[in-house]
Design a protein. Structure first.
Length: 446
C-alpha cells in the first residue's frame, strides 16, 4: 500500500511553518501574546468581581508587561543582527520561563502566604474543596461526603461539601491535613506537579530520534507557552489550579505517544483520569491510537485501569457518597446547583429553549457519536492526529455542556497547540503516515 500523509499531521506542520515564519522564530506572535496578556491581566485587576483574580491581575500585569518588553527587544535584535543571543530560541525559552514565574508561580506563593496569614479571600472554591477532600481522606478513608452529611450542612456551605473530582485529587489536599502553613496550600502542590510534568514533556520530546530542528523546538516552546503563560492557564494555576496538573499529564501522555511508549502513555493519562473526569475522553482516544499499534492492552491497563482502581477504596467505604459527588452533582442532580454557568451554546440552549437541557444533551450525544464513528472508521495513527481529535472533541464537549466553565478551554487550546510539536517530533518507529503496519510488529516501550 502506498503511504500518504496524514491530513492531521500535515495541518499541524503547516501551522508550525506559519508560526515560525512570524518574526523569524515566532517572535511576532510572542509579542502579540504578551501584549494581549498584559491587557487581560490589567482589566482583570480592575474589573474582576473575584478577589483572588484581582490579586492575580495586579502581579501578572507587571510580569506580562516585562515579557512584552523583552519580546520587543528580541524582535528588534532579530532584525538588526539575526545571530545575536537575544534573538535566539534559547532566549525565548528564558523569557517564557521567567514570565511563568512572575505571572503564575509568584502569585501562587503570594496568595498562599496571604491566606496563611488570615486572608480568607485568597483562594477559589477549588482549593478549599481539594483540601477538605484531603482531610476527609486522611480521617475517613474517602474524600467524599454522603448526601445526608451534605444536607446537614448550612445552606451556604453545601456547595463546598461536594468534591466533584476523582479520588486522586484529594492527594493534593493531604499536606494541608497534616500542617497548616502556606506551603501546604493545594495550589503549591498543583504547581509543583505541573512544573515537574512539563519538564518531563520537554525531555521526552527532545529525546526522540526525529531530527532536532529550530522549527520543532519552536513548536514545542509554543506548546509550553499555551500551558504556562497563556492567561487562562496562569490565572487558573494562581487562583484555583486543579486543572493544570490534569492538563499537563494529558500532554505528557501525548508526548509519550510521539516517543513510541504506549504503556507509559497509558499510565500518564490514567493518572490524569484519577484526578478529573475530563481526562477520560483523552484516555479513550489514546487506546484507539494504541489499537493501531497492537498495543491496546498495554495502554488500556494504565489509561482505564488506574482511574478505576482509584475509585475502589471510595466505593468500598461509601458508595452513596461516591455516586453523589462524582455522578449526581456534575450531572445537575445534586442538592445544590453547580456554579459553572459560562454562557456557551450548551448553557444558552439549556436556559432559553423549552426542554433546553434535553436538547443540549442530545447535541452533546450527537457530537460524541460523530467522534466515535471517526475513531472506529479511521483511528488516529500519529500523536499529532490523536492530539487534534482530543482537542476538537473536548472543545465540542465544553461548548455543548449545559454547565461548564470558561477555564476549561485551556484543555483544547493546549492540545491543539501541542499538535505541531508532536508532528515534528514523531519518532521514526511511528512514522507520520497513514499506512498499515505489518502484523505482529511491536512498538518500542523504552
Amino acid at each position: 500500500m502506498t503511504a500518504h500523509a496524514d491530513p492531521a499531521t500535515s495541518a499541524a506542520r503547516r501551522w508550525s511553518a506559519v508560526d515560525t515564519a512570524a518574526g523569524g522564530l515566532g517572535l511576532g506572535l510572542d509579542l502579540g501574546l504578551y501584549a494581549a496578556a498584559t491587557l487581560f491581566a490589567a482589566v482583570t485587576a480592575v474589573t474582576s468581581s473575584l478577589p483572588p483574580h484581582r490579586a492575580w491581575g495586579a502581579l501578572a500585569t507587571i510580569g506580562y508587561a516585562l515579557a512584552a518588553l523583552a519580546a520587543t527587544t528580541q524582535l528588534l535584535a532579530r532584525r538588526r543582527a539575526p545571530r545575536t543571543l537575544l534573538a535566539t530560541l534559547r532566549a525565548r525559552w528564558t523569557v517564557t520561563g521567567l514570565t511563568w514565574v512572575t505571572t503564575a508561580l509568584l502569585p501562587v506563593v503570594a496568595q498562599s502566604v496571604e491566606r496563611a496569614g488570615g486572608r480568607t479571600d485568597r483562594a477559589q472554591e477549588e482549593v478549599i474543596v481539594a483540601e477538605h477532600a484531603g482531610t476527609r481522606l486522611a480521617d475517613h478513608g474517602t474524600p467524599y461526603l454522603g448526601p445526608d452529611a451534605i444536607a446537614a450542612l448550612p445552606p451556604g456551605e453545601q456547595l463546598l461539601g461536594y468534591t466533584p473530582y476523582q479520588p486522586g485529587m484529594a492527594l493534593f489536599g493531604l499536606p494541608r491535613a497534616a500542617v497548616d502553613a502556606w506551603w501546604t496550600d493545594a495550589r503549591v502542590w498543583f504547581a509543583v506537579v505541573t512544573a515537574l510534568t512539563l519538564v518531563a514533556i520537554v525531555t521526552t520530546l527532545r529525546a526522540v530520534d526525529a531530527p532536532a530542528t529550530p522549527r520543532r523546538d519552536a513548536a514545542l516552546l509554543r506548546a509550553v507557552q499555551a500551558t504556562t503563560v497563556l492567561p487562562v492557564c496562569a490565572l487558573t494555576l494562581a487562583t484555583g489550579g486543579d486543572d493544570l496538573p490534569v492538563l499537563a499529564l494529558c500532554l505528557l501522555a501525548l508526548a509519550l505517544v510521539a516517543a513510541g511508549r504506549p504503556g507509559r502513555a497509558g499510565l500518564a493519562i490514567g493518572a490524569a483520569g484519577a484526578l478529573k473526569l475530563l481526562a477520560w475522553p483523552v484516555a479513550i482516544v489514546l487506546v484507539c491510537w494504541a489499537a493501531t499499534r497492537r498495543a491496546a492492552p498495554r495502554t488500556a491497563l494504565g489509561a482505564l485501569g488506574l482511574p478505576l482502581f482509584a475509585l475502589v477504596p471510595a466505593l468500598i467505604v461509601d458508595r452513596d457518597a461516591l455516586v453523589e459527588n462524582v455522578l449526581r452533582f456534575p450531572l445537575g442532580h445534586g442538592l445544590v446547583t453547580s456554579p459553572a454557568q459560562t454562557p456557551f451554546p450548551g448553557h444558552l440552549i439549556a436556559e432559553a429553549l423549552p426542554a433546553g437541557r434535553v436538547v443540549a444533551a442530545a447535541l452533546l450525544v450527537v457530537a460524541g457519536l460523530a467522534i466515535a464513528v471517526r475513531l472506529l472508521r479511521r483511528p488516529p495513527r500519529t500523536a499529532a492526529a490523536t492530539a487534534l481529535i482530543c482537542g476538537y472533541g473536548l472543545l465540542a464537549a465544553i461548548l455543548l455542556m449545559p454547565s461548564t466553565r470558561f477555564g476549561y478551554l485551556l484543555y483544547p487550546v493546549a492540545l491543539l497547540v501541542l499538535a505541531p510539536a508532536l508532528a515534528l517530533a514523531e519518532t521514526p518507529a511511528f512514522p507520520a503516515s497513514d499506512r498499515r503496519e505489518p502484523v505482529g510488529r511491536r512498538t518500542p516501550e523504552t
